[in-house]
Design a protein around this ligand. Structure first.
Ligand code: SF4
Length: 228
C-alpha cells in the first residue's frame, strides 16, 4: 500500500487542546477542498523525511511510514495534510505503535467510517462559509455533521471541533453549525486565521457557544514559536 506524503517530521502540536505535545507529523499530500486561507502545498512529487534527512520520490510505502513511526519517541502520530482521510485505506494498514491523532477537514464521511476504530484523537474542522468560495456550503455542512457523528467523542476517543475564523464571519451561522455537532465533541476550539485576530468578536462568540459547550480560543502556537 502506498500514499503521497509531502513530509514527515517531529515537532510540537501547535493547535487545539493538545497544544504542546510532541508528535511525529505525517503530512499527506492532496486535499479535496480549497480553503481561501490555506498555506499548505497540495501536490508533492517528493516526500521529505526530515527525521532521517532524506528525500523520497512519491508515493511512499506503508512499511516505510510504519517503521518511522515506531522509531520515534512521541506522544502521538499526527495524521495531517492536505486531507488525510483521502488515504483512509493506507492509514488502516499502518502499524499502530503510537496513538493516532487525526487532523481532518471532516468532509469525507465514507472514508471516516473506514478508520473510526483506529483513531484516538480527532481534531476536526467545521469550515465557515467565508473560507470556502465556490462550494455548495450546505453540502459541506451535511458532510461535516456526518463525519463528526462517525468519529464522535467517546470514552476511548477524544474528538474536538476546531473552527478557523477569518476577520469577518456570520456568527449566527457558526453557532447553528456548532449546535449541530455539540453532542459529538468534547469541546470547541476557536482558532483565528493567523495574523487576523479579532479578539473581541472571538470572545463574544466564545461566550455564546459556552451556553451549550466548553469553548476555548487557541491561536496557532507553533507559528508564534517559529517552528513547523
Ligand atoms: S482543508 Fe486544510 S489542507 Fe485542505 S484546503 Fe483547507 S486548510 Fe488547506
Amino acid at each position: 500500500m502506498w500514499a503521497e506524503v509531502s513530509e514527515i517530521f517531529e515537532s510540537v502540536q501547535g493547535e487545539g487542546i493538545f497544544v504542546g505535545v510532541r508528535q511525529v507529523f505525517i503530512r499527506f499530500a492532496k486535499c479535496n477542498l480549497r480553503c481561501n486561507y490555506c498555506d499548505t502545498p497540495k501536490e508533492a512529487e517528493f516526500c521529505k523525511d526530515r527525521i532521517n534527512d532524506v528525500v523520497l520520490k512519491n508515493p511512499v510505502s506503508v512499511e516505510y511510514v510504519s517503521e518511522l513511526i515506531e522509531s520515534v519517541r512521541v506522544h502521538s502520530v499526527s495524521l495531517t495534510g492536505g486531507e488525510p482521510l483521502i488515504y483512509a485505506d493506507f492509514i488502516r494498514k499502518l502499524k499502530k505503535s503510537k496513538p493516532f491523532y487525526l487532523e481532518s477537514n471532516m468532509s469525507l464521511p465514507e472514508n471516516a467510517k473506514k478508520i473510526k476504530g483506529l483513531v484516538d484523537i480527532v481534531a476536526g474542522d467545521f469550515k465557515v462559509r467565508e473560507c470556502l468560495n465556490g462550494y455548495d456550503y450546505d453540502e459541506i455542512v451535511d458532510r461535516t455533521v456526518r463525519c463528526f457523528r462517525i468519529l464522535k467523542n467517546t470514552k476511548k476517543r477524544v474528538t474536538f471541533c476546531k473552527i478557523v475564523l477569518p476577520a469577518k464571519f456570520d456568527m449566527d451561522e457558526v453557532i447553528s453549525n456548532a449546535e449541530s455537532v455539540k453532542d459529538y465533541v468534547s469541546c470547541f476550539v476557536l482558532q483565528p486565521v493567523f495574523g487576523c485576530e479579532n479578539v473581541k468578536t472571538l470572545m463574544d462568540l466564545q461566550k455564546r457557544l459556552m451556553e451549550f459547550k466548553d469553548t476555548r480560543i487557541v491561536p496557532q502556537v507553533h507559528k508564534y514559536m517559529g517552528v513547523r
